[in-house]
Every structure is written in C-alpha cells, then in structure tokens.
Design a binder for this molecule. Structure first.
Ligand code: S3P
Length: 179
C-alpha cells in the first residue's frame, strides 16, 4: 500500500513549532524518500540564512523567494516537502502544492508551540513576541489558510514523533484510497 504513495508528494504545512521539520524528516527516513524543506532550499539558493534575509530585505522579499521555492519544489514527485509556516498564505503556492501531492496540516496548542520555539532565534516573525498571547493570535489569523489548504489534519500534542509519523502515513493512504 505504501507503494501507492510513490507518485505523490507528502507536503507538511502548519504554524511554526508544530513539528513539521521533525515529523517530515522522520517520515522521509521511514519511507526512504528525499526531504525538501522550503526554508533550507531558500537559504541555500540565497546563500543566506532566513533571519538575515528578513533582516536585509524584509518579509515581502522572503515571501517572493518562498513562492519561487514552492513553484520549483512542487514540480518534483515522490518527495516529502516541509513548508515554512507562512508558505500557504499565498494562494498560488497552495494551488501548486495541492497539485503536487497530499497536504498534511500539523497542529499544536499555542503553549506547546511556545515551549518548542522559545529557545530559538531563527524565527524573525516571533522576535520580540515570544509569548502565548501573540502565538495564539497569529495562529488564529493563519488558521483558515492552513485549513483551506489541508487534505488531512493531525494534532501533535502529547504524541511521540513515531506516533505522529505513523498516523500521517496511515491517513495519507486512506486519503489516496478515497480519491
Ligand atoms: C515563518 C515560518 C518559518 C520561516 C520564516 C517565516 C512564518 O518556518 O519560513 O521564519 O511566517 O510562519 P517554520 O514554520 O519552519 O518555523
């Protein structure tokens, strides 16, 4: 049955700190697939890390690079794609990702997100806003984008990486069968 997944990409979306990187890399190992993270792709292409891109050129420029990355990565098949938390804000990106495979929205509560991201300075959007109130309010503003793009939604709260990864694979297979 896993063979059925071969011709699809599995695409992870969701808010910062929901576990996209961790889960997608675990699944890539389980399924022996290539993992492509939009942020890594962007940083390599720009030869600059994400905070420096925001710092030097601003968010809009980053979003343009992100759209370019999504357009290029979506052309691939049979890979695991982990998207930055804002990648589904632009409708064009969503259409390209949807065309390329199954979209899994990962979720976590604002408090879980805070616990996961508070030690990191890698997320310019959260700089100076490392608190549950800001996270909860941005999450609420973003939620429609995630929900409209998603084929499957999976909560990560209180689950192990392996549990979430297996749930992703099982639900992806069911989703493909139902099509
Ligand atoms: C962003 C999320 C980040 C990264 C950038 C902007 C966002 O990725 O793309 O800092 O707007 O939500 P992660 O979701 O992997 O942290």
């Amino acid at each position: 049955m896993i063979k059925k997944l071969e011709s699809y990409n599995i695409v992870f979306i969701g808010f910062m700190g929901v576990g996209k990187t961790t889960i997608s890399s675990h699944i890539a190992k389980l399924l022996n697939k290539e993992l492509i993270e939009t942020d890594v792709y962007i940083a390599e292409k720009a030869n600059m890390d994400i905070p420096s891109i925001f710092d030097k050129f601003g968010e809009n420029y980053f979003r343009d690079l992100e759209s370019e990355a999504v357009a290029e990565i979506s052309k691939k098949r049979g890979v695991i794609i982990s998207c930055g938390g804002g990648a589904v804000i632009r409708e064009k990106n969503v259409l390209e990702l949807k065309e390329s495979g199954i979209i899994i929205k990962l979720t976590a509560t604002p408090n879980t997100v805070l616990q996961r991201v508070k030690g990191s300075k890698e997320r310019p959007i959260l700089n100076g806003h490392m608190n549950t109130e800001f996270i909860a309010s941005l999450m609420e503003k973003r939620d429609n984008f995630y929900s409209n793009a998603a084929d499957i939604t999976i909560s990560t709260d209180g689950k192990t990486v392996d549990e979430v990864a297996k749930e992703c694979i099982e639900k992806s297979i069911l989703f493909i069968e139902s099509k």
